[in-house]
Design a protein around this ligand. Structure first.
Ligand code: ADP
Length: 420
């Protein structure tokens, strides 16, 4: 068996989320961190997901790292490709979803791809091309206040048109409800009429399975992890999948730590949930810009370490984030927080932390890079879209990388509880 599906994810939690979906659907999937510079043993993986930290980069950088990932995935034999972005379509007016998708299509000599961020299990649905978060339009959800990628429009056709060179259309829910053949015909007709992308409505997992089936022959599929639900079935029907591997990871003993850089409503609730029971250390973005606090925080964390995990967080409400951004600029505010959390993570692993929960996509990227992790094997699911993972190679660290908005209030305790 060889690599069938090659995916490029624009952040690390997204990559883990996608691997989790593929594993649950019976595919052997491995996540690699960045484009490997040296040979990397990916075992008998049928799907390989390259995790990039390209969501908030300048578009040119995001395009070049995505193209590098594509070349590597082609070299290891992948035939179909997936561009994974956030289920809340996190992007700026300049990209990076449109520019990266354009460049991938060009490089693949293709001219058409579906666009579907829907993830109904986490409340993200697409109807008439509009993205909903729970009951609200995306632009009326808390995503309007995201520190790096505030989303102020919900119309995916308009968002994708503004970012990409190709024309964008819609396959509506009525077509999806009519089944995979209807969706496949719509893809063919819309591609023939010169559209480069179609946003596809999806309000349930059944819709996603239909879309996945219809996309069997699309060389590039773009979306959230949800639309990948239907892709393993295509390979299985063609007799290409081996027996699924059990999602069991080696036991990891060691100290426990939660690191949070996500300012999402969900993460802030999860922090509130543990604030009175676990030692918590708060980082102040303005102070971080002036002082290197890593050593001081690490000493405090080690003093507080007893039987319970230690929590280190910078997460703040929109007013506090605005104050930090007004003083430092949004980019620098994000960067100083990420650098601090990454440095703290590295130092705590050196001092014995082996079970890490990280909240935030960009934050996870910074932490995983600082730890020098080259790849992740996927284990049991903690919450929709968030599995436990285990680092490839030594030292073995258990990592749960949580996209900001995911997980219920008791996520941190639930995650760490699964390891004991
Ligand atoms: P999410 O998954 O919720 O999008 P991310 O980690 O991707 O979370 O993004 C959150 C961003 O906000 C990161 O760049 C992080 O460094 C930044 N950030 C965290 N806390 C603060 C703060 N107090 N002030 C300003 N920016 C912050």
């Amino acid at each position: 068996m060889s690599v069938l599906l090659g995916a490029i994810a624009d952040d690390f939690t997204g990559a883990t989320d996608l691997c989790n979906t593929l594993v649950k659907q019976g595919m052997r999937a491995v996540q690699v961190i960045g484009v490997p510079r040296e040979p990397l043993d990916i075992g008998n993986a049928e799907a390989v997901v390259v995790a990039l930290k390209s969501r908030s980069n300048p578009p040119g950088d995001a395009v070049s790292s995505s193209l590098e990932a594509l070349s590597w995935l082609r070299r290891i034999g992948a035939k179909q490709f997936f561009f994974k972005y956030c289920s809340t379509f996190d992007s700026t007016a300049r990209g990076n979803i449109g520019p990266v998708a354009d460049a991938l299509l060009d490089a693949l000599d293709a001219d058409f791809a579906p666009v579907c961020p829907a993830f109904p299990a986490n409340g993200r649905t697409v109807y008439q091309g509009h993205l909903f978060v729970g009951e609200s339009l995306l632009s009326e959800s808390a995503m309007k206040d995201h520190p790096l990628t505030p989303m102020r429009d919900s119309n995916l056709v308009r968002l994708m048109s503004a970012q990409s060179r190709r024309r964008v259309g819609l396959v509506d829910r009525a077509t999806v409800a009519a089944g995979a053949d209807a969706v496949r015909s719509a893809f063919r007709a819309l591609a023939h009429s010169g559209l480069g992308y179609v946003v596809v409505d999806a309000i349930s997992d059944d819709d996603l399975l239909t879309i996945g089936e219809a996309a069997a022959d699309q060389v590039l599929v773009t979306g959230g992890s949800g639309v990948a639900l239907g892709l393993p079935g295509n390979f299985r029907r063609r007799g290409l999948l081996g027996a699924p591997a059990p999602a069991r990871l080696p036991a990891v003993e060691g100290r426990e730590v939660v690191l949070a850089g996500s300012c999402s409503v969900a993460t802030r609730r999860q922090l509130d949930h543990v604030r009175d029971t676990w030692p918590c250390i708060r980082l102040d973005a303005l102070r971080l810009a002036e002082h290197d606090v890593v050593d001081e925080v690490v000493e405090r964390a080690i003093e507080a370490w007893n039987e319970s995990p230690v929590v280190v967080y910078a997460s703040a409400d929109p007013d506090e984030v605005s104050r930090a951004q007004a003083a430092l600029g949004a980019e620098r505010a994000g960067a100083v927080v990420e650098a601090a959390l990454a440095g703290i993570a590295r130092a705590l692993v050196e001092r014995g932390a082996r079970r890490l929960v990280v909240a935030g996509g960009e934050t996870s990227g910074a932490v995983v890079s600082a730890l020098g992790v080259r790849g992740l094997v996927i284990g049991a699911e903690i919450a929709p879209g968030v599995p436990w993972t285990h680092t490839l190679g030594a030292p073995g660290v258990a990592l749960a990388l949580k996209s900001g908005n995911f997980g219920s209030e008791d996520f941190f305790a639930r995650a760490l509880g699964m390891l004991s």
